[in-house]
Design a protein around this ligand. Structure first.
Ligand code: NA7
Length: 298
């Protein structure tokens, strides 16, 4: 399987597609905004005019798009993948989307004699570029085994789940840590600064303790530098908290803390920080505490 279709060249998709090209695969790409494909075309990727056209050329195609609506558009739209999918072809979606969306697509593809797998990832664009993403794969085992070498180019660690939605749920649970950890850190920064403990000192002490996590150090550093350039958009964090709450509602599981977390990410996007990194939630916490960004920041 050397011919791969790749749809969705955003923050994550572009380095993933680049990695596949670097590993010697022939990659056909499509992106809604065609300009984003230019660096890949310069490196030898082929362009296709629609998801349908990508599907016509590929036995395996990968999507990395924003959300469930984007995936539905790409799969079921008037020039969507399902219009051009080959018999026995495999579509692996790696975006973070709703469990019911992947279940519906799995069924539809099966009816069409093709296969849909869900393989959401944990990690940022640097991990994507290095091929060190963590991947949760759910769906048909045989199809997974067929595309496993391709997935290993993107991530060394893969966890396979027979049932497609287990991978989807696993990703939502992983992101629940991201959302709650960033808020724990933001609250600690704000409270610490108000009482005269600098974020730098706080990170140093965390680092020496059993409370530390690599994420606290990496995000803590960029928050200290007031660098909110997006690794992961705040609007996507809100989307994922909404997906988590909806999935928990369907499973009849209370997630009371996430009611509050959701409101804080709603406030983050409402303040206009949706296109910034999700760590911009710090600015909302500072505002709530009446703290100017520069007060005792170092
Ligand atoms: P980005 O950088 O926002 O990229 C999203 C991609 O999805 C980008 O290529 C978009 O095309 C594409 N997109 C969005 N809506 C559509 C529709 N309706 N049709 C076709 N293509 C669409 O996100 P990330 O790369 O950070 O994240 C991707 C996923 O991983 C997401 O689920 C995260 O939660 C995790 P555009 O370039 O805007 O034309």
């Amino acid at each position: 399987m050397r011919d791969i279709g790749f749809i969705g060249l955003g923050i994550m998709g572009r380095p993933m597609a680049e990695r596949l090209l670097g590993a010697g695969y022939a990659v056909t790409v499509f992106n809604r905004t065609p300009q984003k494909a230019e660096p890949l075309l310069a490196r030898g990727a082929h362009w296709a005019d629609s998801p349908e056209a990508v599907a016509r050329r590929s036995e395996l195609l990968i999507t990395m798009v924003s959300d469930s609506d984007a995936l539905q558009d790409v799969a079921r739209g008037p020039q969507g993948v399902l219009r051009g999918i080959r018999p026995r072809a495999i579509h692996v979606d790696m975006s973070t989307v709703a469990p019911h969306t992947v279940e519906d697509l799995e069924r539809t593809y099966r009816e069409r004699g093709a296969v849909f797998l869900h393989a959401p990832v944990l990690g940022n664009w640097r991990h994507a570029a290095e091929g060190t993403l963590l991947i949760f794969v759910g769906g048909d085992r045989q199809a997974y085994e067929t595309c496993e070498p391709v997935l290993r180019t993107l991530g060394q660690k893969i966890w396979y789940f027979e049932r497609i939605t287990r991978a989807t749920h696993m990703k939502l649970i992983a992101n629940s840590f991201i959302a709650s950890m960033i808020l724990t850190l933001a609250q600690a920064f704000v409270f610490g600064r108000r009482v005269g403990i600098t974020p730098t000192r706080l990170l140093e002490i965390l680092d020496a303790s059993a409370l530390n996590a690599p994420m606290y150090q990496s995000k803590g550093r960029t928050m200290c530098e007031r660098d909110f350039r997006p690794n992961f958009y705040a609007r996507h964090m809100l989307k994922d908290v909404d997906l988590l709450l909806e999935a928990a509602r369907c499973a009849n599981v209370p997630l009371p803390v996430f009611g509050v977390i959701r409101e804080l990410f709603v406030a983050t996007t409402a303040r206009g920080f949706g296109e910034e990194d999700y760590s911009a939630v710090l600015k909302v916490m500072e505002e709530m505490a009446g703290l100017a960004p520069e007060d005792g920041a170092s």
